[in-house]
Design a protein around this ligand. Structure first.
Ligand code: PA5
Length: 471
């Protein structure tokens, strides 16, 4: 493969004031931040060297794990018809994003032969009872392999699913079947799932201690489900390694991940607190979903590193071109200048389809005849970009030469580094999630979990809801 030809390109012309007008970013904005940018560049290098960003080494230190996963998949794929991921947040969004990007859009509806012998993939990332019950209508327990993914093992959603599935397997297939039908992905030694997995004798994979949930897609969290669906995980990691080399460039103006973080940082200073990712490819739609968690959970913070209340962050929004041109673009063009749009385009789609040359005498249709949908979607992307440019709505474009393992690896890595760099500029901790913990703890307290009595008292002391506000 010609790696250079598969390199992602970030075009940020339409972020710049000298093109888009005064709503954009000026060279002076960059100049003012020179010291801050240098400090953030240095901090990225130091943090990595000091083990503060272990996810950056994932493209390089997993050869044995990859071999193990590939062997495990080979040993099991023949009997497995459905591979079911039980996980949530960082343990679910990555597996969905990668599978949706790389594989056939109707993967589960293909015959096993057309899936080249690999199983269907289901990701159960909610506790909506209707969804889990419905899953049992479409899978056969005998031919299902469940991958429980939880770093902490304390996540109620995932662990309750695990408890339901384990009991179901025991009841319907016998106690001994648990080992065959459940594989665990969790911390090496900490948390609730590790001792359970060991005691039950489950095959298990490790989420490295220094890698947080939303940065874990390139660990077995994402690698096992991907490999189980026939995705070439070695090339996925190679793509990430290739992007890592680019992200090591210590000049932010030549480093797309740092540049993306910087542009968003300045945009936030300008009051643009919405980050839209508009993919012009159905395959990339769920990358936008994965990005939403990465960006929101990492950068949405109340306190900065000095303990000041800052309440920062951008609200991520996912959009799909051309679909959302008929839904959201009106707002993007004419609504407030409070957002940055990232178009994600594709040079070469994996399929081509031509519009027939019929209705030549109907002016509204005739001009389409003989062109391809490939040309139409490209044109619509450029036209939407122009419309936003004209409306002085800041936007940039990340172009993916083609969607494949190598480019998806690059995309994941680029956004992860961009998130880390934006966190440095914002002077916040991009790697914790205290706001999520609060919700988790409140659930435990309401559910009567021992040890959460004080939290329950705190909750009970909240103001009572008034009937007049419920209509
Ligand atoms: O990014 C994160 O840390 C979170 O989104 C977690 O992935 C999510 O809460 C699930 O946690 P766990 O893997 O411990 O079940």
């Amino acid at each position: 493969m010609n790696k250079e030809a598969m390199k992602l390109r970030l075009d940020f012309n339409n972020m710049m004031a000298n093109l888009i007008g005064e709503k954009g970013i000026s060279e002076e904005d960059f100049a003012i931040l020179e010291g801050k940018i240098e400090a953030a560049e240095k901090a990225m290098v130091e943090k990595r060297a000091n083990g503060g960003m272990d996810w950056r080494d994932l493209p390089y230190n997993q050869d044995e794990i990859v071999e193990d996963i590939v062997d495990y998949v080979e040993a099991n794929k023949d009997w497995v018809e459905s591979f079911v991921v039980l996980g949530i947040g960082g343990s679910a969004l990555g597996p969905i994003a990668v599978q949706q990007a790389i594989n056939h859009p109707h993967w589960n509806e293909l015959s096993k032969e057309k899936r080249k012998g690999y199983p269907k993939l289901y990701v159960v990332d909610n506790v909506d009872p209707e969804k889990l019950v419905a899953l049992f209508d479409v899978i056969d327990l005998e031919t299902s392999l469940f991958n429980v993914i939880s770093k902490s093992g304390g996540t109620s959603e995932t662990m309750s699913q695990f408890m339901i599935i384990k009991e179901k397997i025991e009841n319907e297939l016998g106690k001994d079947a648990v080992k065959k039908h459940i594989v665990a992905t969790t911390d090496a030694s900490k948390g609730t799932l590790r001792p359970i997995a060991d005691e039950e004798g489950l095959k298990s994979y490790i989420i490295p201690a220094g890698v947080g949930g939303r940065f874990s897609e390139l660990t077995p969290v994402g690698l096992l489900p991907a490999a189980m669906c026939g995705i070439d995980i070695k090339t996925l990691l190679e793509g990430a390694a290739y992007m890592d080399e680019i992200c090591k460039i210590d000049n932010t103006f030549k480093n797309p991940a740092h540049m993306y973080g910087l542009l968003q940082y300045i945009s936030m200073q300008q009051g643009k607190n919405i980050s839209i990712v508009m993919a012009y490819a159905d395959g990339l739609k769920f990358i936008a979903d994965w990005y939403a968690q990465l960006w929101a959970e990492s950068l949405g913070k109340k306190y900065d590193l000095d303990g000041n209340v800052v309440n920062v962050g951008q609200t991520p929004v996912k959009a799909l071109g051309a679909t959302d041109q008929h839904s959201q673009v009106q707002l993007y063009a004419e609504g407030p200048h409070d957002k940055v749009v990232l178009f994600m385009g594709v040079d070469k789609y994996r399929s081509e389809i031509t519009i027939p040359e019929i209705y030549g005498d109907v002016p509204n249709l005739g001009f389409l005849g003989g062109a391809t949908h490939n040309k139409l979607i490209h044109t619509e992307q450029m036209a939407t970009e122009y419309a936003l440019f004209k409306a002085e709505q800041t936007n940039m474009t990340l172009t993916v030469p083609e969607i494949n393992e190598f480019t998806v690896g690059q995309i994941l890595y680029l956004f992860e580094v961009a998130t880390g760099f934006a966190g440095e500029l914002m002077n916040i901790n991009a790697f914790d999630q205290p706001g999520v913990e609060e919700g988790k703890n409140a659930t435990y307290a309401m559910f009567g979990r021992p040890g959460y009595e004080e939290k329950k008292k705190e909750l009970d002391a909240r103001p009572e809801k008034k009937d007049k506000y419920i209509i």
